[in-house]
Design a protein around this ligand. Structure first.
Ligand SMILES: Cc1cc2nc3c(=O)[nH]c(=O)nc-3n(C[C@H](O)[C@H](O)[C@H](O)COP(=O)(O)OP(=O)(O)OC[C@H]3O[C@@H](n4cnc5c(N)ncnc54)[C@H](O)[C@@H]3O)c2cc1C
Length: 457
């Protein structure tokens, strides 16, 4: 019996899955394998929200495979050792894998290639599974990646996408291959109370509902914090329960300005992936140094903690930070203004904020999280690295009647309209009626410090 292995990583689906399709075409049986990789645990990145969502995804992937006569094989340990064991158990001729962009994913590929070669087994790496356009497929003349989004987007749009691959009807898995029990969401502690449900079925339902009734309002509404009309597909794209290629093609088929704006965001996702692929060090080092001498974590400890807890005294910042804790997800406008507040107003190193987001965000990945943090800190690809978002102006613009703040900062809920954004303007007994902190600092002081630090004063 000719056997091939499909190693699932950030592509936990059966629809539009080129590695699964290729393995099935070439073999009599496949082993759909997921390794709970101790190497990832050791990087310090596992977080309850992603662990819980992952547990949902694995259960659902198993069900999707069972409907087709197969099942998911789960093992724990070092990913390369575990794959090698399954190769030996099944005498598999090839392992299929979606290409990754992080330094870790690259090392995994290299190590797998080395070990599999010794076992007489091929490694087949598939592009355009995790992204729409593979990193390096479009480049500016003489460079290995685009550092500016607009020209990247133009080339990306012209490049086009591969055809969507249909889900298999039948999957045959060799009987003898053993699997551990699947993890369950209930076994994970510390999960955000309103974490979304994971899995391909839930993800596809979200995509379909979004295309049917959400996308049309996206262009006008995507920055409306209270309206909450973005797709919320980021966890599905992160875990690969929704294929980015399929999302782009179905959005284009839906058409209209909302679809165009949505596809542009998916190009942003690919953009950050191609930056990270070319500059893996950008996960922890400045992409473009601004010679910052950030305040030390010790000196800013109290302010950092207030930011994490949603107690800065700036209601819009606090609302967004509390949404993050409650849902394991935050609206993009919230991410922008909380990241700006930490890095520019408080002048704290972007890595401190990125780590907190990594701990809580269900969609956190190195490419999108670290590079968006760098973008906002001005150490990344933003062509205006010193822009500072004023949280009060942002609040009045993107939450004009205060509904978002009212939702997440209930202690201020009685304040009507936009007055909720500036509770410090209340005086005497009116102010005392609200159990809510005064602002951590005056915005003009924060701005002056930032300008001094960047030599702009
Ligand atoms: C400081 C900061 C940290 C961030 N960390 C992450 C992260 O860890 N993971 C993550 O997926 N996104 C991250 N983003 C990008 C963006 O905020 C989220 O992708 C978006 O809010 C997810 O909501 P949605 O799915 O409803 O997005 P939609 O507005 O519906 O957009 C559709 C999809 O496009 C992609 N996308 C949208 N905006 C961006 C962007 N700026 N960069 C890259 N991809 C984008 C996402 O995959 C998203 O699901 C971050 C942004 C900032 C400013």
């Amino acid at each position: 019996m000719r056997v091939r292995i499909v190693l699932f990583t950030s592509d936990l689906r059966v629809h539009d899955h080129p590695p699964l399709r290729a393995a099935l075409n070439a073999a009599d049986a496949v082993v759909p394998l997921f390794v709970r990789d101790r190497g990832i645990t050791a990087t310090g990145f596992p977080a309850p929200n992603r662990e819980a969502f992952l547990a949902d995804c694995l259960r659902d992937l198993d069900e999707g495979l069972r409907e087709r006569g197969g099942r998911l094989v789960v093992r724990s340990g070092d990913v390369v050792d575990e794959v090698a064991k399954v190769v030996s158990e099944t005498d598999a001729r090839a392992v299929h894998l979606a290409s990754g962009v992080s330094a870790y994913a690259r090392r995994r590929e290299d190590r797998l290639r080395d070990v599999l070669e010794g076992l007489g087994c091929d490694l087949v790496v598939h592009d355009a599974v995790v992204t729409c356009v593979p990193p390096g497929a479009v480049t500016p003349a003489g460079r290995d990646h685009f550092a500016v989004f607009t020209p990247y987007h133009r080339h990306w749009s012209q490049h086009g996408t591969r055809a969507v691959v249909r889900a298999p009807q039948t999957v045959t898995v060799p009987d003898a291959v053993g699997s551990e029990d699947l993890p369950a969401r209930e076994d994970v502690s510390g999960v955000s109370p309103a974490l979304a449900e994971g899995g391909e079925r839930a993800g596809r339902a979200r995509l379909t509902a979004w295309l049917r009734s959400g996308i049309a309002g996206y262009e006008d509404g995507h920055d409306d914090l209270a309206g909450d009309v973005t797709s919320r597909l980021s966890p599905d794209l992160h875990f690969g329960t929704v294929s980015p290629v399929e999302a782009v093609q179905r959005a284009r088929a839906a058409g209209g300005p909302g679809a165009e704006a949505f596809v542009r965001q998916l190009a942003w996702r690919d953009f950050h992936h191609q930056v990270l692929a070319a500059r893996p060090d950008a996960a922890h080092d400045n992409y473009r140094s601004q010679d910052d001498r950030w305040r030390s974590e010790q000196a800013a400890a109290q302010e950092i903690e207030a930011w994490r807890q949603g107690l800065t005294g700036y209601p819009i910042v606090d609302a967004a930070m509390r949404q993050l804790r409650h849902e394991g997800w935050m609206h993009n406008r919230g991410r922008l203004l909380t990241a700006c507040f930490l890095t520019k107003t408080l002048y704290v190193d972007w890595r401190v904020g990125a780590r907190h987001f990594m701990d809580l965000l269900v969609d956190a990945d190195v490419a999108n999280n670290q590079l968006n943090w760098q973008w906002m800190a001005g150490t990344g690809t933003d062509s205006r690295p010193n822009r500072v978002l004023n949280p009060v102006t942002q609040a009045k613009r993107y939450d004009p009647d205060g509904a978002y703040v009212r939702r997440w900062v209930p202690e201020l809920a009685e304040l009507s309209g936009a007055a909720i954004h500036e509770p410090w303007k209340l005086t005497g007994l009116d102010r005392a009626a609200f159990d809510y902190p005064d602002p951590l600092l005056d915005l003009s002081d924060g701005l002056a410090r930032f300008k001094r630090a960047r030599g702009l004063d």
